[in-house]
Ligand binder design. Structure first.
Ligand code: JAH
Length: 241
């Protein structure tokens, strides 16, 4: 899977993609991630990437020329991406479903905005998708870009060592996760639920399904619509109401 990220803060992106599962997958050649410094695509002495808004008003706007030049270079050197994402609070909400769609494309470019916004012509010419990671304002698109790359990269075969843990992931199943415990069996006066120590794998599976369902009912009932529930789980849910 190929990613191209365009930013004025390349070290912010580098730092987030060198560690953990994604860092290891890059070393193993499963992810080809290129981070492009927008200032490298300016032609003036001071590498200016912003300008005052036409019509007046507060703040600055990202100039179109460096962003067009960066995208032209990406297409030339790296091929045409299947999607060009623009991170903005005005975008479609990002979700596990969107992550799957992007993963299937094989090559995604991400444009990280800063300042009050990006010249509209960049969106018109290049953006295939405008994406939001939630209803809050940040200082730029870099942190959302890292969120999206992480979520998409995990879906590339081999990136997460154990396929089973991707399968088990809360949003892959459509439910919240069950509670996890490790040793010691008692800590701070709190005991691990007996069933988990019992070795009865059938009962352990049932306990986990029920606690996951109960948590989803309590905290995120909106998720139940889209969840893949088997006959037992549907029955349990009906009885719980
Ligand atoms: C802020 C450019 N959905 C979260 C999000 C995404 C992007 C931005 N803020 C919040 C943002 C300033 C400039 C993008």
């Amino acid at each position: 899977m190929k990613f191209d990220i365009v930013t004025i803060f390349p070290r912010m992106i580098d730092a987030g993609l060198e560690e953990g599962v994604v860092g290891r997958a890059r070393e193993r050649g499963l992810l080809d991630i290129a981070v492009h410094n927008l200032r490298d695509f300016t032609t003036d002495r001071h590498h200016v990437v912003d300008d005052v808004p036409f019509g007046g008003g507060p703040g600055m706007v990202m100039k179109p020329e460096p962003l067009f030049a960066a995208m032209d270079a990406i297409v030339e050197r790296r091929g045409q991406p299947g999607a060009v994402l623009l991170l903005t609070p005005a975008g479609r909400p990002f979700s596990q479903r969107e992550a799957k769609r992007f993963a299937a494309l094989g090559h995604v470019a991400v444009l990280c905005g800063r300042y009050e916004g990006i010249d509209e012509r960049v969106r018109e010419r290049w953006a295939t998708d405008e994406v939001s990671i939630g209803d809050y304002v940040l200082s730029g698109g870099e942190l959302p870009a890292l969120v999206i790359i992480d979520a998409v990269a995990r879906l590339v075969p081999g990136v997460v060592g154990d396929d089973q843990s991707v399968e088990a992931d809360s949003f892959t199943r459509g439910l919240l996760d069950y509670p996890h415990y490790t040793r010691p069996a008692e800590f701070d006066g709190r005991k691990v639920p007996e069933v988990l120590l019992s070795g009865h794998h059938g009962e352990i599976r049932r306990w986990r399904r029920e606690t996951a369902l109960q948590r989803t009912v309590d905290r995120r009932p909106d998720l139940l619509d889209g969840a893949a529930l088997d006959a037992d789980e549907q029955e349990w849910l009906k009885r719980s109401k």
